[in-house]
Design a protein around this ligand. Structure first.
Ligand SMILES: Nc1ncnc2c1ncn2[C@@H]1O[C@H](COP(=O)(O)OP(=O)(O)OP(=O)(O)O)[C@@H](O)[C@H]1O
Ligand SMILES: [Mg+2]
Length: 164
């Protein structure tokens, strides 16, 4: 993976979407579904590599938010931002600020019989960059970014219900 920081702060976003979801398995499934729905609306169809990669990343970060980051009674938040020339930043924020995540580059190899610990390895492999942002006083955010493939914006497409 490439550890160079994708400079999303400096570019003006072309698309932005945020949603609060319940910290449940249903909420995590919804996060994945809403992410692909939103990308489709922005020009990256469900069957594109970009959408599939984003779906995996959202699923892993949301799964972590509802297990390791869960605080009873508190929601988690999904944020998607697309900045020119085509970088998607995924942000998943949860209410548990009192924990330390492994840093990018600190993820070692797993014992073969390990029951967990694969999610962030997958994120590390798929994302151009990722990390944790503890700067918010209430939430912590785990984020990752990917370079998007070409969008089909401008091409007339029939939109329908999302595949499950
Ligand atoms: N949102 C989070 N809040 C707090 N700790 C987290 C969060 N995400 C990950 N972690 C910590 O990082 C560890 C590694 O996460 P990772 O997703 O790689 O594995 P896992 O969730 O334990 O297992 P798997 O994803 O394979 O089911 C977790 O076990 C947890 O200690
Ligand atoms: Mg996980």
């Amino acid at each position: 993976m490439n550890h160079q920081t994708v400079s999303t702060e400096l570019a003006i976003p072309t698309h932005r979407f945020t949603v609060r979801l319940s910290a449940t398995r249903r909420g995590a499934r919804l996060a994945r579904r809403l992410a692909t729905q939103q990308l489709d609306a922005w020009g990256w169809p469900y069957d594109s590599d970009s959408s599939r990669t984003a779906a995996l990343l959202v699923a892993e970060l949301a799964a972590n938010a509802i297990t390791h980051g869960r605080v009873p009674g508190r929601d988690f938040r999904l944020g998607l931002t697309v900045v020119p020339p085509g970088v998607l930043r995924v942000e998943v924020s949860d209410a548990r600020r009192d924990c330390v995540l492994p840093a990018p580059g600190e993820l070692g190899s797993l014992p073969l019989d390990s029951e967990g610990g694969r999610g962030l390895i997958l994120v590390d492999a798929l994302a151009a960059d990722w990390g944790t942002d503890p700067s918010d006083p209430v939430l912590k955010t785990v984020w990752c970014s990917i370079a998007l493939g070409p969008s089909v914006t401008g091409t007339p497409r029939v939109t329908g219900p999302s595949p499950t």
